[in-house]
Design a protein around this ligand. Structure first.
Ligand code: SAH
Ligand code: SF4
Length: 421
């Protein structure tokens, strides 16, 4: 999501006559677009700012701006201003489009700008973004989140859910398709609760499936409480909708899911998985999991391992619980010891690796429809169910082309294949 926000930031700067610099040394303006979902991301920003301090000493006119969800938190913005007084602009998640104007104000002599204004207006029209040379383009369909999972900072820094108008999204997809983009990923914190006042997510997907062009659509993220049977069946029917679903489970323990405020239990989650397997042929399913949520016992963790073994995800994004100030979980009793968290994540990674390796071996000999998204002698392609296959393109540039690939080998969880014409 942040990658796409950064693409839009590039577009805003380009409109004002700024261009991209190859390296920080050559830049007149450096912008950090931050994320605060987990502590690791915040620590990295602080480390990088430390390095920029030296650049700024050598080049006093360098303008440094920090924006995004980390700095949307007032106390973090104040801490950064104190710790790094060389930062010229601190803004949050709502004013990214205005950043070039703030830079201009600094160029005209202003010393420091702090702008944490909250503005939940939905941008109208086609989202202007400088799309990198990627085969995949992202399209925001909604902003914000209403779910307040107890561990998560997102609703506090991105505001309440609001959806873009269906016509705007359809126009953006048409424009991308006419420019030759072949994979379009719809973005939202909970795409299933998309609603522009007239149309829901099912209606949006139906409209987008009817747009002309040779492309397929993926989307993320789906919340298990809101992914409907009708949407699952639609994906199974419509060729334009890729057979891939990212369905974060977070935990395999009903008690922990309740404490997380996720509004589903493991039985409801497994029902969704069964529906997906029944109606979407060879669906690729991935998920996010958190280990070490407050009060998680060894038995709770075993339930997570069991669920992971039952579902057999193609890919799993595994996180250690990270305390986020201002969220209910941060002040819950029963915070789990760091050592226990580390041991649990290690065991989960080992379990998932074994599953991924088995799934990779089982793919050998099968043929996949895929889109070549990495070029070179050993090119890569992403399949209709979102697996990655490495192949030798034989000197032909297959980039941005749909290909049929047979998987000929698997090493650990990596797939290798050959083009079949
Ligand atoms: N809206 C999406 C994505 C949210 S952020 C969703 O509901 O799934 C992406 C992932 O980060 C989450 O799915 C969760 O697994 C993880 N995450 C969020 N807050 C976290 C925290 N405090 N500690 C560890 N992982 C967290
Ligand atoms: Fe965070 Fe939950 Fe919203 Fe996802 S659904 S962004 S995890 S609060």
């Amino acid at each position: 999501m942040n990658v796409h926000e950064t693409e839009k930031l590039y577009a805003a700067f380009e409109r004002e006559g700024y261009g991209a610099s190859e390296s920080p040394d050559g830049a007149d303006v450096i912008v950090f677009n931050t994320c605060c979902v987990r502590e690791g991301a915040e620590t990295r920003v602080l480390g990088n700012l430390g390095m920029i301090k030296h650049l700024k000493e050598k080049k006093p006119n360098l303008i440094v701006a920090v924006c995004g969800c980390m700095t949307q938190q007032k106390q973090v913005a104040e801490m950064l201003h104190k710790r790094c007084p060389f930062i010229n602009i601190i803004t949050g998640t709502y004013s990214l489009g205005a950043l070039p104007q703030m830079v201009k104000a600094i160029e005209s002599g202003e010393k420091f700008i702090l702008d944490l204004e909250v503005n939940e207006a939905v941008p109208a029209g086609v989202n202007e973004a400088v799309r990198s040379e990627n085969v995949n383009s992202f399209v925001n369909i909604m902003y914000g989140c209403n779910n307040f999972c107890t561990y998560c900072i997102v609703p506090y820094v991105k505001g309440r859910e609001r959806s873009r108008k269906l016509e705007d999204i359809v126009n953006e997809v048409k424009s991308l398709s006419s420019r030759g983009v072949k994979e379009i990923t719809l973005l939202g914190q909970n795409v299933n609760s998309y609603n522009d006042g007239k149309n829901d997510f099912y209606a949006l997907l139906s409209e987008l499936s009817a747009v002309d062009g040779d492309f397929w659509i993926k989307f993320m993220t789906s919340h298990p409480k809101d992914l409907s049977d009708d949407v699952i069946k639609l994906i199974g029917r419509e060729r334009k909708l890729a057979n891939y679903i990212h369905l974060p489970v977070q935990s395999g323990s009903d008690r922990i899911l309740k404490a997380m405020n996720r509004h589903y239990d493991t039985a409801a989650y497994m029902h969704r998985i069964d529906m997906i397997r029944e109606f979407i042929p060879n669906a690729g399913i991935t998920a996010d999991v958190i280990v070490g949520f407050p009060t998680e016992t060894d038995e709770d963790f075993r339930s997570t391992l069991d669920l992971v073994k039952r579902v057999r995800y193609n890919n799993l994004f595994m996180f250690v619980y990270s305390k986020r100030n201002g969220t209910p979980a941060a002040i819950m009793d029963g915070q789990v010891d760091e050592k226990i968290k580390k041991a649990r994540i290690a065991e989960l990674i080992t379990t998932q690796s074994a599953i991924a390796n088995e799934l990779a071996s089982a793919a050998v000999g099968k043929t996949y429809s895929a889109l070549c998204d990495g070029r070179g002698k050993t090119a890569t392609a992403k399949t209709y169910d979102d697996r990655v296959i490495v192949f030798d393109d034989g000197g032909e540039d297959m980039y941005n082309r749909f290909v049929t690939i047979e998987v000929t080998d698997a090493k650990n969880s990596k797939l290798y294949g050959k083009i079949r014409k």
